[in-house]
Design a protein around this ligand. Structure first.
Ligand code: NZQ
Ligand code: ZN
Length: 389
């Protein structure tokens, strides 16, 4: 661990079939007014809404609902939630859903206490949050983003067509209830989208310097190996508790900060996907799957030893008789095969992008980061998008 680092993760996690039993004790730590944030109705269909409401009512809470949070939540929706949170005097925001609901709830927690142009202040200029936001707790129903245990709130500004994140320590949820059974009802498309999101979070940290012997990379390989096994098991039987629980915990760990020490972190695949998401309202993880093979094939020659290690340690490939670059590229081929075999989106057409007319706009608006083995030019981004089409 050659680089100095700070590690802090304040989210209290309750995990497992009986995790919900802890909610009433947690609620007793907050005031009477609870803003219940959720999405388009999946929690009413799978019974989670009823379970949560029963606990809230038994605890004597005054509940105000903030529903209809859409996948890829918009800044407009954040402002709507902020106004509701203010008018009901929310003491706690309880987010019940996936990454979109949790991210929106985090953003609302700021919008409820701060006035003015929050978008410019916190999402564009990345200025720290100064007024303590309303506390957020979560009940996770969809696995992948890691939002239940991190400080990010990814929001789309529909007017300016920018999708980006605000990060702050004060945005970590105070607590998260993680019951893998709540994910049984997630449709296969969303399940594998979330799985690739987790895998991408791990890969975007793993495929970056420093490359000295370090615990972060060893953790990353263990998590990737488990995800590959658990994906096959969950596709075969969506109610395989062992697989679903491994996938859930892998997702939370991936962005918990555990894998980051001593790593510069790449995140360029996410930068490209966020701009794809700003123009095309697509499932986040599927967008990542569609562009990752082309991206990694472009970057691989600049980080051959690491990609070779990925091929051998994660995919179990035999390097005998092959050049280092060939082994490294074979690891990316294995990733592409995993994407196809796991019913993930293998290219931008499958993602629902009808033509290549916006690819130049996307490449000219996405952030270019310097954390990986190679810093892309805008022309490189366009090439990745064209190869992914
Ligand atoms: O609208 P609801 O009813 O909640 O339905 C959702 C939605 O339609 C549904 N769903 C969730 N749980 C379900 C379920 N359907 C049936 N049964 C359940 N148990 O699944 C659909 C997708 O949900 P969504 O929350 O949009 O998915 P996800 O968790 O992948 O979140 C994606 C958002 O998170 C951001 C993405 O950019 C995207 O906006 N990210 C957040 C990150 C973070 N905070 O750290 C990091 C990620 O890289 C990512 O950028
Ligand atoms: Zn992601």
């Amino acid at each position: 661990m050659n680089q100095d680092f700070e590690f802090y993760n304040p989210t209290q996690v309750f995990f497992g079939r009986s995790a919900m039993e802890n909610l009433s004790g947690l609620l007793s730590l907050y005031g009477k007014n609870v803003l219940l944030a959720y999405g388009g109705g999946s929690i009413q269909q799978n019974g989670v809404y009823e379970q949560v409401m029963q606990v809230l009512q038994a605890c004597g809470k005054k509940v105000t609902e903030f529903s209809g949070i859409m996948p890829n939540p918009t800044y407009q929706k954040v402002l709507e939630g902020g106004a509701i949170a203010r008018s009901c005097g929310a003491d706690l925001i309880l987010a019940v859903g996936g990454g979109s609901v949790i991210d929106c709830a985090k953003a609302v927690s700021i919008a409820a206490v701060e006035r003015g142009d929050l978008w410019t202040r916190h999402w564009l200029e990345k200025r720290p949050v100064e007024i303590p936001p309303i506390p957020v707790g979560t009940v996770l129903t969809m696995v992948g983003t890691g939002s239940e245990m991190d400080g990010d709130a990814v929001i789309t500004n529909e007017e300016t067509k920018i999708k980006t994140s605000c990060w702050d320590y004060c945005l970590y949820p105070k607590f998260s209830i993680l019951n893998p059974e709540y994910t049984y009802s997630v449709p296969e498309y969303q399940m594998v989208s979330g799985i690739f999101d987790t895998l991408s979070h791990i890969m975007e940290i793993y495929f970056s310097p420093e490359d000295e012997d370090n615990i972060s990379d060893d953790f990353a390989e263990a998590l990737m190996g488990n995800i590959i096994r658990s994906t096959a098991a969950a596709l075969k039987d969506p109610q395989d508790y062992t697989a679903r629980s491994n996938l859930m915990w892998a997702s939370s760990l991936a962005l918990s900060g555990l894998l980051a020490p001593s790593k510069k972190e790449d995140w360029e695949v996410h930068q490209i996907q966020h701009q794809l998401g700003a123009y095309y309202d697509c499932a986040h993880g599927m967008g990542l799957a569609a562009i990752s093979p082309a991206y990694y094939r472009l970057v691989c020659p600049y980080g051959v030893p690491r990609f070779k290690r990925f091929a051998i340690n994660v995919w179990g490939l035999d390097p005998t008789g092959k050049s280092d670059l060939d082994v490294a590229m074979a690891g990316i081929d294995a990733l592409a095969a995993f994407i196809r075999d796991s019913h993930m989106t293998a290219n931008l057409r499958e993602l629902g992008i009808p033509d290549d007319s916006l690819l130049e706009t996307i490449s000219s608006t996405c952030n270019l980061r310097q954390g990986g083995y190679y810093t892309l030019t805008r022309e490189d981004v366009l090439q990745v998008l064209r190869k992914s089409f």
